[in-house]
Write a protein that binds this ligand. Structure first.
Ligand code: HEM
Length: 494
């Protein structure tokens, strides 16, 4: 028996070494020709790279290999490949690529950037537990109330709709993370750290990401100004995340009644009744603000601009809402199942402009896929935009067609784009239940309260809606104006 065990261990080891040795001999996936030293740096697209990579796919196929900034880069344009790599081989691809700027700006213990180790897994579980559908009975009613308040504020100063929306997002997430209220100073700081995070993540922008050895050079050395910027970003990040955490800690120790993810978990940690450690809670809490606000805000902006451009869709969605509420009340989370067209609109908003168009991962060891070698530590960029614009999955992908998501008899309709836009496998977005609930409430209450129309031009006619998007890590429409006309007879306005 013992000999048999040893023998099977030996066979497994031999098989694994053979697989690794074999994959090392395989060719790299196809890609554009590379120049000595700089590889493909000169031809890398910076404006909507996700769209450009779809064009490149016609020449190279769904997997495109590039070399830039001293790294192997693989672009994955196909949904089936994403499922094969991120779900079938989920452990191998559960890591994010390393970036020096993440550590330098103080974000290394953030769930989104940590290795998929014990601390990361526990922090994810804490976050998922706080915002999952079961916990919705604690945060759902507050979210409904805050969304209705947002509508009232917007009715008072519709021209400030963007500021109102950011405040609503910031105040809800802070309240449910730390149990504290947010003031204007904290909101401004929160927005600043979000900008810093996005800047720190820009590939190719930082010398320290390409040549980590420069980190050992003194600050006064030419080209080292980024260190001062990173120190400032780090200080602000710590200030933003440490203060509310300490406040929550003091209120737990003083026995003050405060509810939120941090105070709820902390009281058990402090009394020793929890399986979690404080450091895991710190990771969960400090990860939320940017991850939650920038993405949700981008979806809201997508929704507004798409409704301006598609008045027919807006009218049909409004009619569906009033058929349920009869304009006697604001729609609530409990109305979700009675509003299939609204659900279809939301799916199509996610599909039309996926707000995180490219998801980065990195294999922990050399892998082989479809006869190609994927070297260990490659930056594998999963092109979500390509997947939600794949004509084989979504015919006429450049048209905004919510109907494609409507149930057809008992058959399910088009694939739910949220299966792509919230990510895959071991790192799938842990905030997706909250995001879905918040997006639903925003959409239904907005449509119930306002007609969303393009602004009027100098000639008194409605301006044409121009849909252009940023090329940032979180992609959203370029700044735009809209006219919000209160719906006559709306329950909260009149
Ligand atoms: C429309 C809203 C949102 C979208 C589209 C979105 C999308 C995503 C995507 C694509 C990822 C990467 C997944 C992967 O690597 O496979 C992610 C990760 C993450 N999201 Fe979201 N998200 C949204 C809202 C939220 C909210 C509301 C929260 C918090 C309450 C949140 C917290 C996180 C965190 C902490 C991660 C990192 C997870 C990890 O690396 O293990 N997100 N999100």
């Amino acid at each position: 028996m013992f000999a048999l065990g040893i023998c099977s261990c030996f066979c497994a080891l031999a098989l694994a070494s053979w697989a690794v040795a074999r994959s090392r001999r395989l060719p790299l996936p196809p890609g554009p020709p590379r120049k000595f030293w700089f590889g493909n740096e000169e031809i890398l697209p910076w404006v909507h790279p996700w769209k450009e990579f779809v064009i490149w796919s016609k020449t190279f196929g769904p997997l495109i290999y590039l070399y830039a900034f001293g790294r192997d880069i693989l672009i994955v344009n196909e949904a089936s490949a994403a499922t094969d790599l991120l779900e079938t081989k989920s452990t191998l691809y559960a890591r994010r690529p390393t970036r020096s700027m993440v550590a330098l700006t103080g974000r290394k213990d953030n769930i989104a950037f940590m290795d998929h180790n014990e601390r990361q897994k526990k922090a994810r579980t804490l976050l998922q537990g706080a915002f999952n559908p079961r916990a919705q009975k604690s945060w759902g009613p507050v979210l409904e109330e805050e969304t209705t308040n947002l509508m009232l504020q917007m009715a008072q100063s519709p021209e400030l709709f963007k500021q109102h929306i950011r405040r609503y997002l910031g105040s809800f997430i802070t309240r449910f993370t730390y149990g504290t209220k947010v003031d204007d100073v904290a909101l401004k700081l929160g927005d600043e750290i979000s900008v810093h995070t996005q800047q720190a993540l820009r590939p190719g922008r930082w010398l320290a990401d390409t040549i980590p050895l420069v980190l050992y050079l003194p600050d006064w050395f030419p080209g080292m100004a980024f260190k001062g910027w990173a120190r400032d970003a780090r200080t602000k990040f710590i200030e933003y995340t440490a203060r509310p955490f300490q406040e929550a800690r003091s209120s737990v120790l003083n026995g003050t009644e405060t509810r939120g993810m941090v105070p709820d978990a902390l009281s058990d940690i402090i009394t020793g009744a929890s399986k979690y450690k404080e450091e895991e809670l710190v990771s969960a809490a400090s990860s939320i603000y940017t991850a939650a606000i920038e993405t949700t805000y981008a979806v809201f902006m997508d929704f507004l601009i798409l409704m301006m451009a598609h008045q027919d869709v807006q009218q049909r969605a409004y009619r569906e809402i009033t058929s349920v509420t009869e304009s006697t009340r604001q729609p609530l989370l409990s109305d979700m199942t009675a509003l299939p067209y609204i659900d279809a609109v939301i799916r199509e908003v996610h599909r039309f402009n996926p707000v995180t168009p490219m998801i980065p991962r990195s294999p922990v060891q050399t892998d082989s896929y479809k006869g190609y070698r994927i070297p260990q530590d490659t930056w594998v960029m999963f092109n979500i935009w390509a997947m939600t614009h794949d004509a084989n999955i979504y015919p006429d992908p450049h048209k905004f067609l919510p109907e494609r998501h409507l149930p057809l008899g008992h058959e399910s309709s088009a694939k739910d784009p949220r299966d792509f836009t919230f990510g895959f496998g071991k790192r799938i977005c842990p905030g997706l239940s909250l995001a879905n609930a918040q997006i639903f409430l925003f959409v239904v209450q907005f449509l119930a309260t306002f007609e969303i129309r393009p602004p009027l031009g100098d000639d008194g006619n409605e301006e044409e809606v121009v849909m252009e998007y940023t090329s940032s890590f979180v992609s959203l429409p370029l700044p735009f104006k809209c006219r919000l006309i209160p719906r006559s007879g709306n329950a909260i306005l009149y």
